[in-house]
Design a protein around this ligand. Structure first.
Ligand SMILES: [Zn+2]
Length: 182
C-alpha cells in the first residue's frame, strides 16, 4: 500500500509529486473522491516504485571542499557579469552590482536598490537553469514580488522557464546539502 498526502485545490487535474526525501503528495481537484485518488495512485504504482528506488540508490555525496567552493565562486564571478548584462539588456532593466555567495537557502536575490546576489553553486547547474536564476532576479527589478505580472515577465524572456524551475526544485536540494555548515 502506497502512503501519500492529499492536497486538494481548484486545479482541474490530478498529479503525483515525490519529494527528494521520498514523500508522496497527490494534488487533485477539490471534489475528487478518495477512491478515485487511490485508483489513480495505484495505476501509477510502477512509476512511483521506480522513482523511490532511484532515490534510495542515490549516493550521499560528501560536502564540497574549500578549494571546490573557491573554484565555484571564481567561476561565478568570471561568468555572471556577461550573462547578467545580456539578460538585463533583454529585460530592459539596470542593476547595481553582482555578488557571489555560498548560500544555503537561495539561488539568487535582488535588493530593492538593485544589487544582485548569486549562489556559487550555480557553477554546477545546467545553462538553462543558470539563465533562469538570472532572469528571475532581473525581473524583480520590475516586480519586487512573485505576482502573475512577475511570472509573465519571466515567461516573456524565457518561455521554457518552468523546466528550469522544476530542475532546481528537484536537484537543487542535493547540491545545497553539500555546502559545509557555515
Ligand atoms: Zn524571486
Amino acid at each position: 500500500m502506497i502512503e501519500y498526502a492529499v492536497v486538494r485545490s481548484r486545479r482541474k487535474t490530478i498529479a503525483i509529486q515525490i519529494s527528494p526525501a521520498g514523500n508522496i503528495t497527490v494534488r487533485c481537484p477539490a471534489r475528487m473522491s478518495q477512491r478515485e485518488i487511490r485508483q489513480f495512485v495505484e495505476s501509477k504504482a510502477g512509476w512511483i516504485t521506480a522513482h523511490l528506488n532511484r532515490i534510495a540508490q542515490e549516493p550521499v555525496l560528501p560536502p564540497f571542499s574549500e578549494s571546490q567552493l573557491q573554484e565555484m565562486v571564481q567561476w561565478a564571478k568570471d561568468t555572471l557579469p556577461e550573462r547578467v548584462d545580456f539578460w538585463a539588456a533583454k529585460a530592459g532593466v539596470t542593476y547595481r552590482r553582482i555578488t557571489v555567495r555560498r548560500q544555503h537557502t537561495r539561488w539568487g536575490s535582488c535588493s530593492s536598490k538593485g544589487s544582485l546576489s548569486f549562489n556559487c553553486l550555480l557553477a554546477l547547474v545546467p545553462e538553462e537553469v543558470l539563465d533562469y536564476v538570472i532572469v528571475h532576479e532581473l525581473c524583480h527589478r520590475k516586480q519586487m514580488n512573485h505576482s502573475p505580472a512577475f511570472w509573465s515577465e519571466v515567461a516573456r524572456l524565457l518561455p521554457e522557464y518552468p523546466q528550469a524551475k522544476a530542475w532546481l526544485k528537484e536537484k537543487g536540494v542535493s547540491l545545497i546539502s553539500r555546502l559545509p555548515e557555515p
